[in-house]
Design a protein around this ligand. Structure first.
Ligand code: GDP
Ligand code: MN
Ligand code: MN
Length: 246
């Protein structure tokens, strides 16, 4: 398959109340079957999923963690408030957020926002993707796929990459189980996290600093079949189990 990737350029600094899907659709042509990736940070800013550090009163736990990590306890409280389960407190908070995504500092960002402010992940990233998809459909009738991305760290390897934290109009996983390989062996295990692969490349186009490209379009991805069970359930997640049993 030949895939064309187009960055959405020319977007201003996004503020609460901005109609992000419309602002994107005004700047780039969007067609049926396109996949639109949007940085979660920018989606959150448009919805006001941000907090002012001065409004946050740290609890004992945040103060205790801050003494170890050297981070601002108000920031850490923002991270704790955004978390549904804490897997690790030190050397950084690693936690689960609503929806099942697990991330360093609950995906809370202090970059690409005014001093003294933090950006939270959308409280329901799946709904966010669905909403953007619906808004594009209403805007020009295009039936597209949407992926909400975030830059995440990884176990075992240095370097961050993009992950999908919400998606709509596609399944998260391409399921190869039951397929045969070139030698006729039946594949028993292979499930491909396609939404993360696309998010990873979108993240490369976006950059992390001052590129100003919070959205990227993928045109020409062949459709795939699979399922949406992207996150391990707690009882089958061996890394989570070993972290939490220490
Ligand atoms: P995250 O990966 O979702 O945490 O988002 P990043 O902070 O890494 O930003 C991803 C991309 O969006 C980068 O190219 C940023 O420069 C860009 N970006 C972030 N905020 C804005 C904004 O308000 N307006 C525009 N035009 N670009 C932004
Ligand atoms: Mn982020
Ligand atoms: Mn990023």
């Amino acid at each position: 398959m030949t895939i064309i990737i187009e960055p959405v350029t020319g977007l201003p600094l996004i503020r609460e109340g901005d109609d992000l899907p419309a602002m994107i659709a005004e700047r780039i042509s969007i067609r049926d079957s396109d996949i639109l990736c949007i940085a979660s940070s920018v989606y959150s800013k448009s919805k006001g999923y941000t907090r002012r550090l001065n409004d946050i009163i740290p609890t004992e736990r945040a103060i205790r963690i801050g003494k170890k990590t050297g981070e601002d306890p108000r920031f850490l409280q923002g991270v704790l408030d955004a978390s549904t389960d804490i897997l690790l407190e030190y050397p950084f908070i690693l936690s689960e957020v609503a929806g099942g995504h697990i991330g360093v500092r609950a995906g809370v960002d202090q970059s690409n926002i005014d001093d003294g402010m933090i950006i939270l992940l959308p409280p329901d990233s799946m709904k966010a993707a669905e909403e953007v998809r619906g808004r594009i459909k209403a805007f020009n009738g295009s039936d597209i796929g949407v992926i909400i991305t975030d830059t995440v760290g990884r176990a075992f390897r240095r370097g961050q990459t993009g992950n999908a934290i919400g998606w709509s109009g596609m399944s998260a996983i391409r399921d190869f189980r039951g397929d045969t390989d070139l030698f006729g062996h039946v594949l028993k295990i292979t499930e491909e996290a396609v939404v993360d692969e696309i998010a990873g490349f979108a993240n490369f186009i976006m950059g992390e600093s001052n590129n100003g490209v919070p959205a990227v379009i993928f045109r020409g991805c062949e459709k795939w079949k699979g399922h949406d069970d992207l996150y391990y359930h707690a009882d089958e997640d061996i890394i989570r189990k070993s972290l939490c049993s220490r």
